[in-house]
Design a protein around this ligand. Sequence first.
Ligand code: PEP
Ligand code: MN
Length: 265
Amino acid sequence: FRHGEPSDVIVSTPNGPVHFGEGHPVVLIAGPCSVENEEMIVETAKRVKAAGAKFLRGGAYKPRTSPYAFQGHGESALNLLAAARAATGLGIVTEIMDTADLDAVAGVADIVQIGARNMQNFALLKKVGAQDKPILLKRGMSATIDEWLMAAEYLLAAGNPNVILCERGIRTFDAKYARNTLDLSVIPVLRSLTHLPITIDPSHGTGKSEYVPPMALGAIAAGTDALMIEVHPNPAKALSDGPQSLTFDSFDSLVREMAVIGKAV
Ligand code: PEP
Ligand code: MN
């Protein structure tokens, strides 16, 4: 692994550069699980921007457990993300699943996301690591920290130094109340092992919207560099991950609580 002092990853967005790293405000990445239509993605972008988010997230290509579940709108959703980017200046974070889509995804994304299920898709890692956009690498749901860091090493070895790690919850023996076990202990552990910045995703980490604010605040207390939070205009009607998505109002109040603990975004 590459040891050393934590180093910033600086991501350019239409609104200016955003620093992921110590000494900078916690970066908020927010938006729906899936891009559903133009109205919802542009409205969400405006609302999360007003709250303080620097990036809009939204899936165009969705890794769904069931082949019959909504798979994402694909390339047309990328165009909608581009529209939301143009309307707000927010950076875009969206997932790549297939190397065949890399040019299209990297053409719109300011950060290319590699999802938990693809953390050890080495062919994908090599291709994404060889392009220039910064990369958000999610931890596989059953990956050890060493496996996660070796996956990051694939990206670095392919030539891309701008890698951000994202903890999104792991499988443990108890999944009765929370979808995953959000491993906040990775924050101090990773600080001792790597210079790469850290994002925490309490939405996939817990699977329930009411658990998201306490875990987001806990992640800030533990020193995360960024948070990725699912926000939807009408979670009950979301095409994916509605139960874990915050409403605009609950996202607003979470950001106010962050300011109270001294980490204004
Ligand atoms: C997502 O961010 O919508 C997603 C599918 O996340 P994960 O890969 O962590 O399950
Ligand atoms: Mn999701």
